[in-house]
Design a protein around this ligand. Structure first.
Ligand code: SF4
Length: 123
């Protein structure tokens, strides 16, 4: 089961997770063109080896260890993680549209600072 990045990453994009991932499955990296415009970072579900290294690296607790453990409010972002591909404009647009839909439908969460947002996921 792949790990999933959720909404505390929106507007944060710290990328410490990218630096610790042993299989380079978190994108966009800072050296990829999509980094400047991406709303958040995404984990490729077919490449993730479930090592868990990214979880403690994330300063905003945005990463869950599986789709099943991802809170209900964040389920829409599972597909965003799944479809995002650097170098594929259609895939990037699809992922970003899913993020936009999430933002539009979760104004309550987005009003919370990213560092505090994960704590609100369970409420
Ligand atoms: Fe990369 Fe491991 Fe995190 Fe998967 S669990 S995204 S392989 S650091």
């Amino acid at each position: 089961m792949p790990f999933v990045i959720t909404d505390p990453c929106i507007g944060t994009k710290d990328s410490a997770c990218v630096d610790v991932c042993p299989v380079d499955c978190i994108h966009p990296r800072k050296d990829e063109p999509e980094f400047a415009t991406a709303s958040m970072l995404y984990i490729h579900p077919d490449e993730c080896i479930d090592c868990g290294a990214c979880v403690p690296a994330c300063p905003v607790a945005a990463i869950y260890d599986s789709p099943d453990s991802t809170p209900g409010s964040q389920k829409g972002l599972i597909e965003a993680n799944s479809v995002f591909r650097v170098g594929d404009a259609d895939a990037v647009a699809k992922a970003e549209s899913l993020v936009s839909a999430h933002v539009s439908s979760h104004a309550d969460l987005m009003a919370i600072a990213p560092t505090e947002r994960a704590a609100a996921h369970a409420k």
